[in-house]
Design a protein around this ligand. Sequence first.
Ligand SMILES: [Zn+2]
Length: 239
Amino acid sequence: MSRRFSSPSVLLAGGDGDLLTKAHALSNAIQKIQYPHVIEELGIRPQDLVHGNAHRAETILRNTVQWGLVKLNMESLGRDWSLRVSDTNVEEALVQYFPDSGVLEIQQRALDVFREVDMVVVAVHEILGHHAHETRVQRSDRTYYLSSRRNTQEGCAMRCENDLLVGALKRAGLEWKLFRVLRALEDIGHLSGWDLYPAGHRMPREYVKSYVRMYSGQAQHYVFVETDEYCPCLLSASP
Ligand SMILES: [Zn+2]
């Protein structure tokens, strides 16, 4: 299924020059930050691999959600979510969230290549972002919930990353931001950015290629972000 970017003017106004400038700035910022050996409040060793261990992955996801709820001054998510581990398949998203069922699906490949800190990013983006957002929308406006609003959905999840991936998580936040910029460059046919910025290689390249082929234009929603009133993450002044 191919969904076109809803505001092509934003895309054209930016262009690959802006994206390359962003990539360069992010790469420079990343090089100045070291990971701590351990992040105590989340109980993780950020750079250790998850080693394909779904139980370990789920523990990190659930610990991060509890930690994030406190940061966001939320008592609960208001709705359960569950983890489903799927087979490796490059024709599907490596990680995806299904709003109706509250299922977070993670491919086995992700469990093999992700570090512990990447699972924290997944929890922030998919659960504290998408799941909390969709639950709030679903409860107040069913029509809005069922409408296509890819821009504010991804914008909200990116806003949560911005707000919560700070301090000891700052480097991870920037690495994933750089990944999104590299994918947006790939989406507009600029294929040489990838090799320049290895710190942004948060997913295997073949998944990036497959994603931009299947969902043309969608990669831009992670770079030019918009949010709506239902987003739980509105702590910082700008998205
Ligand atoms: Zn998302």
